[in-house]
Design a protein around this ligand. Structure first.
Ligand code: FAD
Length: 402
């Protein structure tokens, strides 16, 4: 292993999986997480089949499946109460159904508990403040006053990354004209589409739901309008207003988004969409970026968290490389390998977000662009060698009525 002592800033999907991998291989890991709130990017996260092999190779898939909802695809319609079509995906890891959704808190706990069991030190409620490059080490200062030296600093601190300032200070976060509303509702009634999630495309918004386990359902809205910040207490009411035209199952779930949910931690959120992309190297000296810190991604393609974990897989392979290459060269190889694939995910995701707002969610232009994005993604090579992309967004040609 190229490094013996590593600091990781951020315990999201990227930082958490890096902590598990490194700690389980005997590296002295400190995982630093500023926030007790795991719901800033929504309450749950979905991993499509194209991400399963990478997560499997990280050694996390089986446990994630046991703590999430593992299902087959999506049922979609283009008007409230209209004909529903099913698009089922193909599994990419034998024995694992192709779609996986889990609560972010559940994923966070799984990763942190496993990393801690392997000996990682977890600092919750502590922020990374600054760093000093000492050449053969990185010295970091934390909000609790600790100053310590490490062989490597991994910046997994999300779209508003502070670590990024050391590597690419010129890169700015770009606001996008869409808002993401999310709610987790109590729902013991089984849904109309067993084994599938649901997605409805309307001119002004896309709505959907995914069952979680334990009698909970995740209700999602991507709203195609520029909206100012929504006060937390107003999120349920605003969601009900947007979903007013809905019929059937979606209407039933709308009515379960009650005002009281705003008082329960982690049940509702609103997040304005934004994006960021570091086009150049993702490292400088002994500091390296993974996940949204390098390529903050919108949910339009549902590939952000899986891509963040793919970054980790590629970076971990480099750190385990025992060839004569220098650490600097290995980190350079890591960003080069990732850039081609990530540019496709990141740029398309933001572009689809803009197009959706401009043309409406049901526009043929948008469906065509989703198909193009899928094909382009398909042409990039994943770290596990798979280039197959099963498009659940745009390609309903061979679908069956759900
Ligand atoms: C509304 C919404 C829904 C989404 N849904 C999906 C989905 O279903 N599927 C999917 O694949 N992707 C989805 N994405 C994208 C996905 O959430 C991100 O790509 C993913 O979370 C990136 O993981 P990460 O670990 O890089 O960063 P994050 O998950 O953002 O984690 C970064 C962590 O760093 C911590 N941190 C930040 N600064 C500091 C600091 N200075 N010190 C210490 N800690 C710090 C933060 O508190 C946070 O916990 C969605 C995004 C949004 C906005």
């Amino acid at each position: 292993m190229r490094v013996a002592k590593v600091a990781i800033v951020g315990a999201g999907p990227a930082g958490g999986s890096a902590a598990v991998w490194l700690a389980e291989r005997g590296v002295d890991v400190t995982l630093i997480e500023a926030s007790h709130n795991t719901s800033i990017n929504g309450q749950a996260v979905t991993f499509g089949p194209q991400m399963h092999r990478g997560i499997h190779e990280l050694g996390l898939l089986e446990e994630m499946v046991s703590r999430g909802n593992n299902f087959d695809g999506v049922a979609a319609d283009v008007e409230p109460g209209g004909e529903t079509r099913a698009a089922k995906s193909e599994p990419m890891v034998p024995g694992v159904r192709p779609m996986l959704t889990m609560r972010r808190q559940e994923l966070h706990e799984l990763l942190v508990e496993r990393a801690q069991r392997a000996g990682a030190r977890y600092l919750l409620g502590v922020s990374f403040e600054s760093l000093r490059d000492l050449g053969d080490a990185i010295e970091i200062t934390l909000s609790d006053g600790q100053v310590e030296r490490y062989d490597l600093l991994i910046g997994a601190d999300g779209i508003r990354s502070k670590v990024r300032g050391f590597i690419a200070p010129e890169v700015e976060v770009e606001p996008l004209p869409q808002g993401a509303y999310r709610a987790v509702v109590d729902d013991v009634t089984r849904d109309d589409h067993p084994g599938l999630s649901y997605m409805g495309s309307r001119d002004d918004y896309m709505c959907g739901y995914i069952e979680l386990y334990g009698g909970l359902t995740y209700v999602t809205i991507a709203y195609n309008h520029e909206e100012e910040r929504i006060a937390h207490a107003d999120v349920p009411r605003r969601m009900r207003e947007i979903l007013a035209p809905e019929l059937g199952e979606m209407a039933r779930l709308r009515d379960l988004v009650t005002d009281e949910l705003a008082d329960i931690p982690g049940r509702v959120s609103f997040r304005k969409m934004e994006t960021v992309m570091v086009d150049g190297p993702w490292h400088r000296g002994r500091v390296v970026l993974v996940g949204d810190a390098a390529h903050g991604t919108t949910p339009n393609l549902g590939l952000g968290a899986g891509s963040a974990m793919e970054d980790v897989l590629v970076l971990m392979r480099k750190l385990a490389d025992d060839s004569p290459k220098t650490l600097d060269r290995l980190l350079e190889d890591y960003s080069n390998e990732r850039l081609a694939r990530i540019l496709v995910v990141n740029r398309n995701s933001a572009r689809l977000c803009r197009l959706q707002c401009e043309h409406g969610s049901n526009s043929p232009v948008l469906l065509e662009e989703y198909a193009k994005a899928a094909a382009e993604f398909d042409a990039t090579v994943s770290p596990t060698g798979s280039s197959a992309y099963v498009d659940v967004f745009a390609d309903f040609r061979d679908s069956d009525a759900a």
